[in-house]
Design a protein around this ligand. Sequence first.
Ligand code: C2E
Ligand code: CA
Ligand code: CA
Length: 722
Amino acid sequence: MALILIVDDQNTNRQIYSQIARRIEDGTDVVTCAGSHDALKWLDHNDPDLILTDFNMPGMHGDDFIGQIRANPRFADVPIIVVTVFEDRNLRLRALDAGATDLLISPVDHREFVARARNLLKMHRQSQVLSNRASSLLESLKKSESILAWTQRENESRLVNVINTLPVMVSATDVDGCFLFMNSNKANYLGLKAEDVVGRSCTEVLGEQVAERNTAIDQLVIASGTDLRSFEEEIVSSKGTRKIFMTTKSPLIEGKRVIGVVTSSQDITDRKAAETHLHHMAHHDGLTGLANRSLLRDRVDREIGRCRRGDGRFALHLIDLDGFKQVNDVHGHATGDELLVRVGEQLRNVASPNDLVARLGGDEFAILQTNVKNDTHVEQLGQAITNAMPDAISLIDLSTSVTASIGIAVHPEDGNSFEKLMSNADQAMYKTKAASGNGFCLYATNLDARAEAERRVDDALKAALDDRRFELLYQPQVDLKSGDICGCEALLRMRGEDGALIAPADFLARAERNGMIMPINEWVIYEACRQGAEWHSKGYTDFTIGVNLSPVQFQRQSVPLLVARILAETGMPAHCLDLELTESIVLHDRKQVAQQLSQLRTLGIKISIDDFGTGCSSLSYVKHFPVDRLKIDQSFVRDMLKNPSDTAIVRATINLGHSLGLEVIAEGVEDRAVANALLLEHCDRAQGYYFSRPAPADEFEQAMQKQLRYGTRLVESLQEPA
Ligand code: C2E
Ligand code: CA
Ligand code: CA
């Protein structure tokens, strides 16, 4: 239904136009106004579908009137038909200019009026439909945008829900170490409320000790902008439960900026337990639960490594039962087995907690006795084992008597390898058997012979000192990423009177004990620094020389004073000297050693912990010592591809070292596969026969020269880490 406004100052015209207008459509409504002012007033509150107006009216000119209507956005599209008396071209243009849609000449032709008006109404309606459609499109677009925002918000909370239900502990911290988020899994485990944690610092939430370690690792992630390798850690719950987690840390990135760290920890306690179980089965005897031969060998190898510098001794007791065969024959295998179990228990009773009791098979047992002070100490255990046998037997009703024959070999005097010690202990055991069993024999029963041998070494050492027959070999250390030689370790050799080169294993223990290690090692430091300064002056400036220190030195002299003097005398740059200390040195008289280490570092000297992993079971002490580098012991490196627990130790050491900002070097790298594996584990440096054996100074210099002049590396480049 159309509403039509008719404006004319003449009553008759208004009437005629009204009549015609009503014919345009059924039900058309017509409103008339006598002047433009009335019309404008009416328009304030009404919306006509068509306006018909006279052009010449008193009070306001037609073009002004049309202009005012068009000025109102409501009427921007309303068709306006203007009626003029004259067919004046100028007038028509003025009307069209002002916004008229169409023109009619007075007197108006009825049919023309109706036809034009119908067309205009139709067009007007269509344009209205179009504009409605456009605005509804706009409306729905707006709606879909807000739906999108809403779903995003929904997604976010859905994501939080998902993260909360994951069986993983997840949290995020900002660059200042304040929590941005913690999932409910983690909050529950730590006895916290996830929403309370946000905005609080790690120290506040987790306590100083835990936070300190976390922050150190987080800073590493933030600085590098990359994921840190996963590492195992024990996290204690609010209820005191200890669980092992595999933790991963990744940078939280917004745009191109690292804004924090995401930490996720997965509970691997069960997996670890299974691994431990499997590992235990592989290394223990099923019947008695004692260590088996393979574990004994590992431990003996490790002890040999630990005692390399002569600051430790251990004994290997080989135990064979006398009369066991009869027990089996007379009482049956079940009783025989029970006897073996009882013997195992008794051996465990007499051994110290740090000793290792093993069953080697049949009725053969062994005890690795550690921290041996003197021979009396060894004999006491031999006697205790002998005495324990009747106790084992008393628990079983036996008619036959069973005793033990024991043979003992002591390291380093009686052998420098597992095989040698075993075979010597075996010989001693047969000596006991030959003397009708039930007792023990030391391999070196002839103590005079041993004293004689020791005196010979003492004399040789003294003569070598007098004749200056000590030499240093240099073994290169290689930067795993670039393949460049980045340093070396100075290794001591004694030239025998016959010209043969003697390894430290054959004289060091004695030198430590008779005190000659002091002048010898002083010479080592001096010679290494003299050589280092010479290389430096030849332009080889980018390397460190590792020098091994003896524990005796720290006990008897001020190492910082000695080293400072030698640096001054030789002109060796302090930062090129890298002192290698064992864990036992570091842990002996902690305070005094820590003080000396601090002084050494003030001089600019580098400190490495040698044979890392063999000593103290808790690695956390490294944090409290001023050191620069960890040297993973060769016993872990050698078998890291065969033995999963060695791989784990190597990986843990690298991660621990890096998390404390220390460099990590692996020693004992004998083949390419191990070197590659170390590179993939992000180990920094490596040293070992694969790169080069320890070599005389001129040979090492040649290798450096080749690298500097021709870019020739010791080995072709390793596999790049993924
Ligand atoms: P260390 O400090 O652990 O030195 C590494 C030993 O491992 C060296 O034996 C080296 O020749 C050997 N080695 C290097 N790469 C490999 C490899 O790939 N496979 C194997 N199986 N062995 C490798 P070396 O020269 O006989 O020295 C033995 C120990 O003597 C040293 O162990 C160190 O504890 C001590 N030592 C050496 N020189 C000195 C010194 O000047 N002063 C003191 N106090 N001790 C020294
Ligand atoms: Ca060393
Ligand atoms: Ca070492």
